[in-house]
Design a protein around this ligand. Structure first.
Ligand SMILES: NC(=O)c1ccc[n+]([C@@H]2O[C@H](COP(=O)([O-])OP(=O)(O)OC[C@H]3O[C@@H](n4cnc5c(N)ncnc54)[C@H](O)[C@@H]3O)[C@@H](O)[C@H]2O)c1
Length: 246
């Protein structure tokens, strides 16, 4: 029960990594706010977790919706201990063919979503004197990978943002760290693997010999969310089967 009575917001909690994080946090005693644009999957995860979960439909790239979600979470639970900025979108393609629309979408959701959610919870965490923000970046932010430049750049921005926020918010007791997952078998991961050239590039040379599963990342997130990581901020944990070390 490492998160007993803590209130955790998980964005993109309706499926994939976010679903695994929401369920993992609930197993450790947290009250969980599941945030997603997809009402059907968000509600399903809410029901599966039970009374300690609430689903609030929100598009994280829309600031007013994010503020309304945080207000609602406060009304329901009265505090916010952990924000897991996990919602994200992916688009593959050749660099010279990536449209303005793709670049805009990657930054609106993957970067501004993190900004809006974090800006909405920071004043609450400041008042509490403590809080944890976990930003889900990607190993695509730290190694050069072909065929998803806009996505990689947005995830690089998430890492820079993590360090800048950590430096500024440490004085208020707010810790900000990042998780960098390697390719993981979720609907988003599958879309990255749809392009055979990219699949070969991603799969070849994973030292631990396989792609990731959502559960492979839950332990790192629980560590970053719990008091066990209290003397840690501005850091990243890379969970990628060893790919980025070589
Ligand atoms: N799966 C991978 O291989 C992988 C690797 C590295 C990083 N990541 C990152 O992990 C995070 C989760 O990815 P996943 O693989 O579980 O993806 P996924 O597509 O399976 O799930 C993402 C969830 O986010 C939700 N979402 C998308 N846009 C949203 C928005 N604007 N507002 C609110 N919710 C929104 C979707 O509805 C979905 O439920 C993403 O940030 C992704 O970039 C994934």
């Amino acid at each position: 029960m490492r998160l007993k009575d803590k209130v955790v917001i998980v964005t993109g909690g309706g499926q994939g990594l976010g679903e695994a994080f929401a369920k993992g946090c609930a197993r450790e005693g947290a009250k969980v706010v599941i945030v997603d644009v997809n009402e059907e999957t968000g509600k399903k995860v809410e029901q599966e977790i039970g009374e300690n979960a609430v689903f609030i439909r929100t598009d994280v790239s829309q600031r007013p919706q994010v503020q309304a979600m945080v207000d609602e979470a406060m009304k329901r639970f009265g505090r916010i201990d952990v924000l897991i900025n996990n919602a994200g979108v992916h688009a593959g393609g050749k660099f010279w063919e990536e449209t303005d629309e793709i670049w805009r979408r990657m930054f609106e959701v993957n970067v501004m979503g993190v900004v809006y959610c974090s800006q909405a919870v920071v004043p609450i965490m400041m008042k509490q004197g403590k809080g944890k923000i976990i930003n889900v970046s990607s190993k695509a932010a730290i190694v050069g990978e072909p065929y998803h430049a806009a996505y990689s750049a947005s995830k690089g921005a998430v890492l820079s943002l993590t360090r800048a926020m950590a430096a500024e918010l440490a004085q208020y007791g707010i810790r900000v760290n990042a998780l960098c997952p390697g390719t993981t078998l979720t609907p988003l991961g599958q879309s990255a693997l749809a392009d055979p050239e990219l699949r070969r590039a991603l799969e070849s040379g994973i030292p631990l010999g396989r792609l990731g599963q959502p559960e492979d990342h839950v332990g790192s997130v629980l560590f970053l969310a719990s008091d066990e990581s209290d003397w840690m901020t501005g850091q990243m944990i890379v969970v990628d089967g060893g790919l980025s070390m070589i």
